[in-house]
Design a protein around this ligand. Structure first.
Ligand SMILES: [Zn+2]
Length: 151
């Protein structure tokens, strides 16, 4: 697993998770875009880091581990069908964690949302960003295919 800071990718992307499998195994690379246009503070980097790691890298790792291939085999048919309309394979992961949250709330085996939420609350404390816990939780789901979580 590799982490990178990107400086000059498209400024509309906050981050990116890439994967690649070969005879030696698999590598997953998470990149955080420093030039993201909505980047307002350090917390926003941390937010992207958790999104890429706990949604995309985690789902890529689960996908690879079950049959040593990156073929979305860890996802159910419903996750894929619901993501079809979005027409972006990366968003299969977005739908999976959202669907699982609607079904199981914080009781799924996913790292998202509960493990990520704990880390983000801690980051908010360390950085003195002073966001409320509800804001942090709502913001976690503010992505394409995400959820409008009400207090
Ligand atoms: Zn994403």
């Amino acid at each position: 697993m590799t982490y990178k800071l990107y400086k000059n990718i498209d400024e509309s992307n906050a981050g990116l998770t890439e994967k690649d499998a070969n005879e030696n195994g698999a590598n997953i690379t998470v990149s955080i875009n420093e030039k993201y246009k909505e980047r307002s503070n350090v917390y926003s980097n941390v937010d992207t880091f958790f999104h890429e790691s706990f949604i995309h890298a985690e789902n890529n790792a689960q996908d690879y581990l079950d049959n040593k291939k990156f073929d979305y085999s860890n996802l159910g048919l419903t996750d894929k069908q619901r993501a079809e309309v979005l027409n972006r394979p990366g968003q299969y992961h977005h739908k999976k964690v959202a669907d699982d949250y609607l079904k199981y709330q914080n009781n799924s085996s996913n790292l998202w949302p509960i493990e990520a939420y704990r880390g983000l609350v801690e980051a908010n404390n360390i950085l003195h960003t002073n966001y409320t816990q509800m804001y942090i939780f709502k913001r976690m789901w503010n992505y394409v295919g995400g959820l409008n979580v009400e207090p």
